[in-house]
Design a protein around this ligand. Structure first.
Ligand code: NAD
Length: 358
């Protein structure tokens, strides 16, 4: 089969890690008889530099016409002082919205070989971490009304959290369907003791839960959830939460699984065309130094094979290769932990993964 993939390399380490994932996809294609065609488009700071806007129309059109989208990361200090609507990060919200990608799936699994890089106490880590976080992606405070105004005490700024029942219903269905394929437990995370939008969130999730009687559905306030993820991550199976809470808690998950350089994500809507990206940012501190860990992006490519193309055994081939690379002790700098091994560069880690793909 032939698959057309739009590449949004973006900024910082984006180009390095996306190129790694393309090499891995090409190798998988050679082994399993598929052709992956890659077409690059500009996004973020790179697009600002080239054409003055963070999300050119050509990029949106190219992504819409592709079978799937692979994104590196956007942003960096060079563009940090631009006004909000011209910032590279604005392009992320724009492309997610343009493609109707309201679901963000973020698996957080502690590879057994990574126990040393995990910041949790060993006995807590040994109980295991295998969480799928379902984050709502096109609503909530990141998309609500915002602005500046003159307030009682002078200039003030505001952002608005707003969720419709429809937005909550569709993400709840994704969470329950995901749980049905796993351990049938959903924890819905909100701030219903304070926020009205959270009270609607909670009531709606419970209404949808009635359609999935086999799934146990419980609620957790976000402040408690931040604590429970550290105290006992093994208690979680599927988490469903809002755009902002999911953004923050998934970074926390990265530290209980070893490194942010290991965690992939899939953003999906109602069609098979999804967008796949690591959960980390453009890491300006290590950009251009060949130090980035490509694993999160390569695992994102595996999610693309599974969710957009239905290529399960090809996805497993990539995931198994990475697990074996880690089991054999190969590490990039961010996952060295207490090991005194020499860290691999981004290109060396990519070569290792290619070598292990069967
Ligand atoms: P970051 O995720 O880029 O980096 C945080 C830390 O993790 C840094 O020390 C970095 O070196 C390290 N790190 C991240 N990815 C790594 C990898 N693959 N391998 C090894 N180490 C890695 O977060 P930040 O520093 O807060 O943000 C930097 C820029 O990225 C900002 O402009 C921010 O807005 C942007 N950002 C973009 C996205 C996105 O494109 N999806 C997401 C988050 C942040």
């Amino acid at each position: 089969m032939n698959y057309n993939i739009a590449l949004l390399r973006g900024d910082g380490i984006g180009p390095e890690i996306v190129d790694s994932a393309c090499e891995v996809l090409t190798k998988v294609g050679e082994i399993y008889g598929h052709t992956f065609n890659f077409t690059p488009y500009l996004i973020g700071g790179a697009a600002l530099d080239a054409c003055g806007i963070p999300l050119p129309e050509e990029t949106v059109k190219g992504c819409k016409e592709s079978d799937s989208v692979l994104l590196g990361a956007v942003g960096g200090p060079k563009w940090d002082t631009l006004p909000g609507n011209m910032r590279p990060e604005k392009a992320l919200l724009g492309i997610r919205s343009a493609l109707g990608l309201y679901t963000n799936i973020r698996p957080a699994k502690l590879f057994s070989a990574m126990a040393d890089a995990c910041l949790l106490r060993r006995d807590v880590a040994e109980r295991g971490v295998n969480i799928v976080m379902i984050r709502e992606l096109t609503g909530g405070i990141y998309f609500g009304e915002r602005g500046r105004r003159d307030g009682k005490y002078g200039p003030e700024a505001y952002d608005t959290e707003c969720y419709s029942e429809m937005e909550i219903e569709r993400i709840a269905h994704v969470a329950f369907r995901t749980a049905m394929l796993r351990n049938k437990r959903v924890v819905s995370i909100d701030k219903a003791n304070v926020l009205e939008s959270s009270r609607l969130w909670r009531a709606t999730v419970h209404r949808i839960a009635k359609q999935y009687p086999e799934v146990e559905c419980t609620d957790m306030l976000v402040d408690n959830a931040a604590m429970q993820l550290i105290k006992d991550p093994a208690q979680f199976d599927v988490i469903v939460t809002t755009n902002m809470f999911g953004d923050i808690l998934s970074d926390e998950c990265s530290q209980i699984t070893g490194s942010i350089g290991l965690l992939p994500s899939a953003s999906l809507g109602d069609t098979t065309c999804g967008m796949y990206e690591p959960i980390h940012g453009s890491a300006p501190d290590i950009a251009g130094q060949n130090k980035a860990n490509p694993i999160a992006t390569v695992l994102s490519a595996a999610m693309m094979l599974r969710y957009s193309f239905g290529l399960e055994k090809e996805a497993v081939a990539i995931e198994t290769a990475i697990e074996n690379v880690l089991n054999d002790g190969w590490r990039t700098g961010d996952i060295l932990g207490a090991s005194d091994a020499t860290p691999l560069s981004c290109t060396e880690m990519t070569a290792k993964i290619l070598e292990y793909i069967k």
